[in-house]
Write a protein that binds this ligand. Structure first.
Ligand SMILES: Nc1ncnc2c1ncn2[C@@H]1O[C@H](COP(=O)(O)OP(=O)(O)O)[C@@H](O)[C@H]1O
Ligand SMILES: [Mg+2]
Length: 225
């Protein structure tokens, strides 16, 4: 197997239906790619299987050459917390916490001391353009600002891979593009690989590699004309 994160023969079934019908994929360290496909094609299933949120029914997943598909739930949850970062469609921020606390929380849960967690959170909020808004709660931020908090939170612990599932789904086109640029910039800064699931071809056009999925299978890449 090659690459930082690799999947071979990934199958995920719901009853008789195949959400993933045998997917092979390799993601290199620091690589930025988009996974595109129509609604119901298996994008989220693939992301969740690769990230260890869901267990595949069949297939092998390796991270840095080590098998991770057979880890138990405790180990998978540790892997998600330490090696991976996540950005979802609509923030999933804790409404009661400030922007700074939202970003610091995973660092605190990861055992970082409070001063360190808070200064790292402030630093990342500044880098994603939210300097001065650290004390706002999610309800006091625009959709695009909330997604930037989510980006800061996904990357502050310096994960190897960031998984973003439709991160622009709740945003207007312009804000969506700015959000993806912020995400790509953050990944480049830390050397993290970035996997963006989107059904927006314009977003896909912003990244160097696009993987198309349909009916739970990777479509053969069409050679450029
Ligand atoms: N929890 C679930 N229970 C039953 N079927 C599901 C579940 N999650 C996804 N599916 C089905 O699996 C297929 C792929 O879904 P999904 O991975 O969410 O696709 P996408 O993210 O591309 O829209 C769809 O047919 C969907 O209905
Ligand atoms: Mg989805």
């Amino acid at each position: 197997m090659t690459g930082l994160l690799s999947g071979r023969g990934l199958v995920k079934r719901y009853g008789d239906a195949y959400a993933l019908a045998g997917v092979d994929i390799d993601i290199a360290a620091g690589e930025v790619l988009a996974i595109v496909g129509p609604s119901g094609s298996g994008k989220t299933s693939l992301l969740h299987v690769l990230a260890g949120i869901l267990k595949a029914d069949q297939g092998v997943i390796t991270l840095g050459g080590q098998r991770v598909d057979q880890l138990n739930e405790t180990k998978r949850s540790e892997l998600r917390r330490t090696e991976f970062g996540f950005v979802f469609q609509s923030g999933m921020l804790v409404a009661e916490l400030t922007a700074e606390e939202n970003v610091a929380l995973p660092l605190l849960l990861g055992g970082r001391d409070r001063n360190m967690a808070v200064s790292t959170a402030r630093d990342w909020l500044g880098r994603v353009g939210l300097g001065g808004k650290e004390m706002r709660r999610p309800g006091e931020l625009s959709g695009g600002e909330a997604q930037r908090v989510a980006i800061a939170r996904s990357i502050a612990h310096r994960p190897k891979v960031i998984f973003a599932d439709e991160p622009t789904g709740a945003l207007d086109t312009r804000t969506g593009h700015a959000t993806v640029n912020t995400l790509i910039g953050a990944a480049h800064e830390t050397g993290a690989a970035l996997i963006i699931v989107t059904h927006d071809r314009d977003i896909a056009a912003m990244v160097p590699r696009v993987v198309a999925i349909r009916d739970g299978r990777i479509e053969t890449p069409v050679a450029a004309a």
